[in-house]
Every structure is written in C-alpha cells, then in structure tokens.
Design a binder for this molecule. Structure first.
Ligand SMILES: [Zn+2]
Ligand SMILES: [Zn+2]
Length: 135
C-alpha cells in the first residue's frame, strides 16, 4: 500500500482533487523551510518527474494559494516564494544571501479594540541570517 504523504492528506481533507503534480509540488514546499520559488521547485522535481513543466508548477502553486493552503510571499527583490507554514510567523529577508527565514511571532501582537476584522497579519523584517553573520 502506497504511503499517504502529508500533502495528499491535506488535499483530501480540503476536498481538493488529488493529482500527481499537486501532491509533488505541495510535498516539496512542505518539506522545505526555504520558501521556494516556482523555479526552484521545478528544478528540484524535474528529474524525478520528467512530465512536470514550469507552467504546471505555477498553476499548482496559484491554486493552492487560492485554497488557502499556501502563502505567497512577495520578496523585496521581486521573487515570488511559497510557504506551507500557515500559523502566524514572521519572515526575515537576509540582506546578504537573499534567503527568507522564519521567526516566531506572538499571536497576541495586535491589541486592537476597533471593529476591524483582521484576517491575516504579515510580519516582515530585514537583516542578516545566522549563516551570513560574520562574528
Ligand atoms: Zn544570509
Ligand atoms: Zn514562512
């Protein structure tokens, strides 16, 4: 019996039709903490999955964003990166290597007394990651 991956389980629970590209792309993003771009996803999957195209990767990621299973990050340098971690967290954009790192954010960050309905808070920081620090 084939092992059910995390992506397959989440897609099934969300009522989204399971296709091989969806499972492959989503599993790749869930397995990485690097917030990959479509190009990176495609480069890493094309050898194991020769029928996959870059256009398919674009379509799958857009669909999963629409279904609220992925977050799309618009990096300061214009890259579009994807994140499978939906619980609230912040992103640090490293000024040296350009990679994106997660950091923890308290979810009581907002003490808002107005009647606004806040659905999503984006916390973005710039700085230097631990690999690029030279101390
Ligand atoms: Zn860095
Ligand atoms: Zn993240």
């Amino acid at each position: 019996m084939a092992e059910v991956t995390e992506a397959e389980r989440i897609l099934r629970n969300s009522g989204i039709r399971i296709t091989r590209p969806r499972v492959e792309v989503y599993d790749y993003i869930l397995s990485k903490r690097t917030h990959p771009t479509c190009e990176e996803i495609y480069d890493n999957l094309k050898d194991v999955s020769p029928s996959l195209s870059l256009a398919t990767v674009y379509n799958v990621t857009e669909r999963l964003v629409d279904e609220h299973l992925l977050l799309r990050l618009n990096s300061p340098n214009g890259e579009r990166r994807f994140d499978g971690t939906l619980k609230m967290h912040g992103h640090l954009y490293c000024e040296v290597c350009g990679n994106v790192y997660d950091f923890d954010v308290r979810d009581d960050l907002v003490s808002d007394e107005s009647d606004l309905v806040i659905k999503n808070i984006i916390v973005t920081a710039s700085g230097i990651c631990s690999d690029c620090r030279c101390d």
